[in-house]
Design a protein around this ligand. Structure first.
Ligand code: HPA
Length: 274
């Protein structure tokens, strides 16, 4: 992926949305993807119309970029992401986020479904990501560095800055949606973790286990953007849960959390964009 390919995608976003710049991007995770469809006045652009965008191979819908402008502050909502476990190369996994940053987004909100590994977490909890642990040995920055995108050795001391988490906590209070905080460990998947792997992650300091978000956070930070991560605990992680994990449970919890998640984003996004 070159700077030119990303610039072409960003130009297409500007042309198709009619908006020269956007300020915040939101990536919607598993089960949370229909948030944008309910936004009034959203301009929808299929990923398939955007050069270089990877088109998710999931049931029915191939991914859509939405542009909305509460209080005239344009926001990009990316519904549909591709994962490393599907076999996508990392430059495609991070392509949409990089395009969004080139479109002007200085804040990237990454949402996901995750397993709860930390003490005190329950299915249905919404958890702000305080930091991450990369357990995959993969990194989207491997390869030649394009200095137009960011530095060779980007600092990762504050990928998820405290002030953004504070804004999210305040939005959660206004919306009546309490938020916890935790450390997210990236596993490659697509098999769920074993109980021993979950115990390992706990001992390393992780509260959440999941299969996304971290490569996008690294790429966004590489480009100088600030990241807010929000995990929905769709299930207790393997071995902590008394029952086997299932994708159906994950989807069902996401469905049940939908109204709280929507209320949180409705309260948070205009403030982040302001
Ligand atoms: N592990 C990894 N990814 C997940 C999980 C899990 O338990 N739940 C939802 N996504």
């Amino acid at each position: 992926m070159s700077h030119d390919e990303l610039a072409a995608a960003a130009a297409a976003v500007r042309e198709r949305t009619g908006r020269p710049t956007h300020t915040v991007a939101v990536v919607l995770g598993s089960g949370l993807g229909d948030y944008a469809a309910i936004l009034p006045g959203a301009i929808a652009v299929p990923y398939a119309d955007l050069p270089g965008f990877p088109v998710p191979r999931v049931e029915g819908h191939g991914g859509t970029l939405y542009s909305v402008a509460p209080q005239d502050r344009p926001i990009l909502v990316l519904s549909g992401r591709v994962h490393t476990y599907e076999g996508w190369p990392l430059d495609k996994v991070v392509f949409a986020v990089r395009t969004a940053v080139l479109c002007g987004c200085g804040i990237v909100v990454l949402t996901n479904a995750a397993g709860g590994a930390g003490d005190g977490l329950a299915a249905g909890d919404l958890v702000l990501i305080r930091d991450h642990i990369n357990l995959t040995t993969r990194n989207p920055l491997v390869g030649a560095n394009d200095d137009r995108l960011g530095p060779r050795f980007p600092d990762m001391s504050a990928v998820y800055p405290a002030d953004l988490r504070q804004m999210a906590h305040r939005a959660g209070e206004r919306a009546g949606v309490p938020l916890k905080e935790g450390i997210y460990a990236w596993f490659l998947g697509p098999s769920y973790e074993t109980p021993a792997e979950v115990q390992m992650a706990r001992r390393l300091g992780a509260d959440l286990v999941g299969m996304s978000t971290v490569p996008e956070a690294i790429a966004a930070r590489h480009m100088g953007a600030r990241v807010l991560g929000i995990s929905l605990v769709t299930n207790l992680a393997a071995g902590i849960s008394p029952v086997p994990l299932s994708h159906e449970e994950v989807q069902q919890t996401a469905q049940e959390a939908r109204s709280r998640f929507t209320a949180l984003l409705d309260a948070l996004l205009p403030e982040l964009a302001a």
